[in-house]
Design a protein around this ligand. Structure first.
Ligand code: ADP
Ligand code: ADP
Ligand code: MG
Length: 495
C-alpha cells in the first residue's frame, strides 16, 4: 500500500477538474498541466500547482510524455492520472510513468496494449465465454479470401481498423462489388489516423444498440461490474446521449452480459476502471466490441445510479487497496441520463462550431450535475475536443430523468456558438427514445435539422432569451400585481 500525496493530472478541461475535485476531497494535492491556449482555464486555477507544458497543439503539449514526466519530477508528484483521450490508452506512457517510480492511475501497460488492438482483444477473450461478432479473427491480407469470408458472414459487413478508436476507420460494405474500394479506403484511413493499416471484417449489425459495462478490478485479482450504460444515440459512431440502466435489459441479460464483461477484464489481468463495450442486435443477442482501458466520458451516469465515486475508487485501487465491495453487494438506484454538450452545429451535420461563450449559465437543482471546464466569456480552443460540458440528471425513474433533463436543457443558457443541446432536447422528447425503441441509427432515421431551425431574431434582447439551438424563445413570466398592493411583488423573470 502506497498513499498518494500529490497527483498530476495529464489532461485538461472538464475531466481534469473532475479528477482534481475527487483528489482534493481525499486530501491529495493536485498538479495541473496546461498548454499556452489553456493559461486561463479552470483546471489551472483549481489546482494547487500548475505547469505550462508547451504550445497549443496537443502533440506539442498534452501528448508530450517527456514534458509531462518532467512536470511530475519538478512538482514532486507521486502519481499521474491520464483522464480520457490524449495518453490515457497509451501503453508506453503507462510504462514510462511507472519506470519513473510514479503510480499510474489506470491498468497495467500490458492490459492497455492487449485491449488497444481490437484483434488482440478478441484473441485474448476467445479463451473465455465471450460472444464475438461474426467475422475475421485476423487482419485481412488476401482480398479473395476476405470476400469469401464476407459472403459466409453475409452482407452488409463492416471493415474495421484493428487500431481504431473514436468512431474512425470503419467502412460499411453492402455488396461484394464494393468490397475492394471500401477496403482500400479503410486501409488508407487506418494508416493515416492510427499509423497501422490492419483491418478486419465484422458482420454489420443493422439495428444495433450500444450497451457497455463499467468494470473495476483490483491488484489482488478481484473484478466486479458496476452495471451497464446504454450509448445508442450517436452521430458519426460517437456517443451524444448516454443512460443507465439500459431500457431493454432484463435482469437475466444483465447478469449474462455482466459476467461476460468481467471475463473480458480477467482475460487481460485487468485492474482499475475499464469499460467493456457490446453491440446488441434486435433479438437481444450481444457481442463483444472492444474494451476501453480508462475512465469513460459517460462515467457519471454510473456514479449517479451506484452512488460510487469512480475516480476515488481508481485512486484507491492504484494505491493497492482491495475492492471495497463484492458483486452481490452492488445495487442500482433510479435512472441517470447524460447529454454531451458539444460546440457543434446539429443543423450543419454536427460540424464543430468553435467560438466565444457569450452567455454561459448552468442549470441547477435537485438531481442535476454539470461537469464542465469553461465560464462565460471564455473561448473554446480550436485545438482540442469540442466538448464544452456534460449535463447529467438523476431521478427515480427513466421518465422522470428525461423530464428533468428537458427542464435542465431549457435552463442551460449558451450563446455565441451552436451546441448539441437543442438536439439533445429533441431526443428527450422523441417518441422512439421515450418508448425505449431506438438504436444507433436514431439520427439518420429521425433527425432533420429543420426541427431546430432558428426563428429570425428581431433584436438583441430576443437573441439573449433564445437558446442558440432551440426555436422557441423562453417563456417570460407575466408581471403580476397582487391585489391591493402598491407595486408588483413579482419581478419579471430575469434572463
Ligand atoms: P469512445 O468514443 O472511445 O468509445 P468515449 O465516448 O468515452 O469513448 O470518448 C472518449 C473521447 O473523449 C476521446 O476519443 C476524445 O475525443 C474525447 N476527449 C478526450 N479528452 C477530452 C477532454 N479533456 N475533454 C473532453 N473530451 C475529451
Ligand atoms: P471505436 O473504437 O471507434 O469506439 P467500436 O468498435 O467501439 O469502435 O464501435 C463504435 C460504434 O460503431 C459502435 O458504438 C456502433 O455504433 C458502431 N459499430 C461498431 N461495430 C459495429 C457492427 N459490427 N455493426 C454495427 N455497428 C457497429
Ligand atoms: Mg468504442
Amino acid at each position: 500500500m502506497t498513499r498518494i500525496k500529490k497527483l498530476l493530472v495529464a489532461n485538461r478541461g472538464e475531466i481534469a477538474l473532475r479528477i482534481m475535485r475527487s483528489a482534493r476531497e481525499s486530501g491529495i494535492k493536485t498538479v495541473a498541466v496546461f498548454s499556452e491556449a489553456d493559461r486561463q482555464a479552470l483546471h489551472v486555477r483549481f489546482a494547487d500547482e500548475a505547469i505550462c507544458i508547451g504550445p497549443p497543439p496537443s502533440n506539442e503539449s498534452y501528448l508530450r510524455m517527456d514534458k509531462l514526466l518532467e512536470a511530475a519530477r519538478l512538482t514532486k508528484a507521486d502519481a499521474v492520472h491520464p483522464g480520457y483521450g490524449f495518453l490515457s490508452e497509451n501503453e508506453d506512457f503507462a510504462q514510462q510513468v511507472e519506470d519513473a517510480g510514479l503510480i499510474f492511475i489506470g491498468p497495467s501497460s500490458k492490459s492497455i496494449e492487449i485491449m488497444g488492438n481490437k484483434l488482440a482483444a478478441k484473441d485474448a477473450v476467445s479463451k473465455f465465454k465471450v460472444p464475438l461478432v461474426p467475422g475475421t479473427a485476423e487482419p485481412i491480407d488476401d482480398v479473395a479470401k476476405a470476400k469469401k469470408i464476407a459472403k459466409e458472414v453475409g452482407y452488409p459487413i463492416l471493415i474495421k481498423a484493428a487500431a481504431g478508436g473514436g468512431g474512425k476507420g470503419m467502412r460499411i460494405v453492402d455488396r461484394e462489388e464494393d468490397f475492394q474500394e471500401q477496403m482500400d479506403r479503410a486501409v488508407s484511413e487506418a494508416t493515416s489516423s492510427f499509423g497501422d493499416g490492419s483491418v478486419f471484417i465484422e458482420k454489420y449489425i443493422t439495428q444495433p444498440r450500444h450497451i457497455e459495462f463499467q468494470i473495476f478490478g483490483d491488484k489482488h485479482g478481484n473484478v466486479v461490474h458496476l452495471f451497464e450504460r446504454e450509448c445508442s444515440i450517436q452521430r458519426r459512431h460517437q456517443k451524444v446521449v448516454e443512460e443507465a440502466p439500459s431500457s431493454i435489459l432484463t435482469p437475466e441479460i444483465r447478469k449474462a452480459m455482466g459476467e461476460a464483461a468481467v471475463n473480458v477484464a480477467k482475460s487481460c489481468d485487468y485492474y482499475g476502471a475499464g469499460t467493456v463495450e457490446f453491440i446488441m442486435d434486435e433479438n437481444l443477442n450481444f457481442y463483444f466490441l472492444e474494451m476501453n482501458t480508462r475512465l469513460q466520458v459517460e462515467h457519471p451516469v454510473t456514479e449517479m445510479i451506484t452512488g460510487i465515486d469512480l475516480v476515488k475508487l481508481q485512486i484507491s485501487i492504484a494505491e493497492g487497496e482491495k475492492l471495497p465491495f463484492k458483486q452481490e453487494e452492488l445495487t442500482m438506484h433510479g435512472h441517470a441520463v447524460e447529454v454531451r454538450v458539444y460546440a457543434e452545429d446539429p443543423a450543419n451535420n454536427f460540424m464543430p462550431d468553435i467560438g466565444k461563450l457569450k452567455t454561459y449559465q448552468r442549470p441547477q437543482g435537485n438531481g442535476i450535475r454539470v461537469d464542465d471546464g469553461f465560464e462565460q466569456g471564455m473561448t473554446i480552443p480550436i485545438y482540442y475536443d469540442p466538448m464544452i460540458a456534460k449535463l447529467i440528471c438523476h431521478a427515480e425513474t427513466r421518465e422522470l430523468a428525461m423530464d428533468k433533463m428537458i427542464r435542465a436543457i431549457d435552463e442551460y443558457e449558451i450563446t455565441g456558438l451552436e451546441t448539441t443541446l437543442g438536439f439533445c432536447k429533441y431526443v428527450m422528447q422523441h417518441k422512439a427514445f421515450r418508448s425505449g425503441q431506438f438504436d444507433t441509427k436514431f439520427v439518420e432515421k429521425y433527425f432533420k435539422p429543420e426541427v431546430l431551425a432558428s426563428t429570425p431574431q428581431e433584436d438583441e434582447e430576443l437573441l439573449a432569451v433564445v437558446l442558440s439551438t432551440i426555436a422557441e424563445p423562453k417563456p417570460v413570466a407575466k408581471e403580476t400585481t397582487i391585489a391591493g398592493g402598491t407595486e408588483s411583488k413579482w419581478k419579471k423573470n430575469r434572463l
